[in-house]
Each structure stands twice: as structure tokens, then as C-alpha cells.
Design a protein around this ligand. Structure first.
Ligand code: ITT
Length: 196
């Protein structure tokens, strides 16, 4: 299978290369447009990105590919009413570095508040011919008290998955790939595409 990955997030790109062995991933070209995501739900945004990217690829794509894959994901914190959630990529735009975004997010949690959080990932796959569909995955956990570890990307250094003491920033990527939201959504996608 040859699939265009409609994402500009290099952390996601690295993970998909490991989570979808046997799939040839074509990166979203530099000259291609930014893909709008205007929905209120991960599922709407994932479909919007996949269908928008498929339409662009049909008009301008260079390679013949089987389909287009988009990922909409984020960190949902109970004490923040589920936020930043679908707005995870747009949280604290004045702070470019994730170390600073993570510190600001932690500072927003009132002392003594519940620290439960989950990562959610919705994948949308749009075959070049046929209907797009979505798969999803989530991982439950809690917020650390500080930014810990340099592994992974984004909010990984402040998220401790249930059953572990270390953050996704401290755990090896091989461990993240056994239980992450993206790993679970990819397993469902592989099954749906008959790859297992
Ligand atoms: P594309 O739309 O180009 O794919 P994006 O980064 O804008 O890239 P999203 O709108 O889906 O993608 O935002 C998801 C954000 O949630 C992402 O920027 C990270 O900050 C965070 N996130 C998602 N998955 C994560 C993971 O596995 N580890 C850490 N942070 C993650």
C-alpha cells in the first residue's frame, strides 16, 4: 500500500513509519496547502483533512497512491473540561517550545485537582476511489507535576499512562507504541485495510 500522510507534524510522521510497517508513506509535499481543520470534534477534523488532501492530490499529486491518511489528535484533561482537546496544536501560540507550553498547561491545574487525562487519536483514511472512514484510539493516564523526559513529542513529557510511573517523554518509543492512542487507532486501521 502507498499512502499519502496528510500531516506536517514530524512527530506523527516518525510514529506512523513505525506503526504502519509495510506501508509506503508519502509525506505531505511542502508546496501543498495547509489543511483546514474547523470542526469541534477530532473525527470531523480528521475527515476534513483527509478529504481535503485527497482532493488536492487528485488535482496535483505526482505519484499514484492508494489513499490519503490524516490524524487528528490531542490531549484531553479532565480538570480543563476536556481541553486543550481538539485545540491541542493551537494551545499557547505565544510559546513556541513545548517545554513552555507544557509548563503553562500544568500551571492551569488547580492544586489538589484531579489529574486524569487521556490522549485521543482519530485517523481518517480516504481511498483514492471510495468512501473515507475513520478509526480511533485513546490511552488513559494522568498529568505529571513537571515536564519529564525528552522522548516523543508535544505533550508526551507531561503524560503518565496508567500502569506506569514514567511519562511518555521518559518511556522508550517501543513502550509508547504498545499502548498509545495512535498505536490503537493504527491497529484498527490495519485491521480495516485487511493488513493483519
Ligand atoms: P497536522 O494537522 O498537520 O497533522 P497538528 O500538529 O496540527 O499536525 P493536530 O491538529 O491533530 O495536528 O494536533 C494534535 C496536537 O496534539 C499535536 O500538535 C500535539 O501537540 C498533540 N499530540 C497529539 N498526539 C500526541 C502524542 O502522541 N504525543 C504528544 N502530543 C501529541
Amino acid at each position: 500500500l502507498k499512502i499519502v500522510l496528510a500531516s506536517r507534524n514530524t512527530g506523527k510522521l516518525r510514529e506512523f513509519a513505525e506503526l504502519l510497517p509495510g506501508v509506503t508513506l508519502v509525506p505531505w509535499p511542502a508546496e501543498a496547502p495547509e489543511l483546514p481543520e474547523t470542526g469541534a470534534f477530532f473525527q470531523d477534523n480528521a475527515l476534513q483533512k483527509a478529504e481535503g488532501a485527497r482532493a488536492w492530490w487528485q488535482a496535483h499529486g505526482t505519484d499514484r497512491v492508494d489513499g490519503v491518511l490524516a490524524d487528528d489528535s490531542g490531549l484531553c484533561v479532565d480538570a480543563l473540561w476536556g481541553g486543550p482537546g481538539v485545540l491541542s496544536a493551537r494551545f499557547a501560540p505565544d510559546l513556541p517550545a513545548y517545554r513552555d507550553k507544557n509548563r503553562r498547561l500544568l500551571a492551569m491545574i488547580p492544586e489538589g485537582a484531579d489529574r486524569l487525562a487521556r490522549f485521543v487519536c482519530v485517523l481518517a483514511y480516504a481511498p483514492m476511489k471510495g468512501e473515507a472512514f475513520t478509526t480511533s484510539g485513546a490511552v488513559e493516564g494522568s498529568l505529571a507535576f513537571d515536564h519529564r523526559g525528552e522522548g516523543g513529542f508535544g505533550y508526551d513529557p507531561i503524560f503518565i499512562p496508567d500502569g506506569y510511573d514514567q511519562t511518555f517523554g521518559e518511556l522508550p518509543s517501543s513502550t509508547k507504541h504498545t499502548l498509545s492512542h495512535r498505536a490503537r487507532a493504527c491497529a484498527a486501521l490495519r485491521a480495516r485495510l485487511g493488513m493483519d
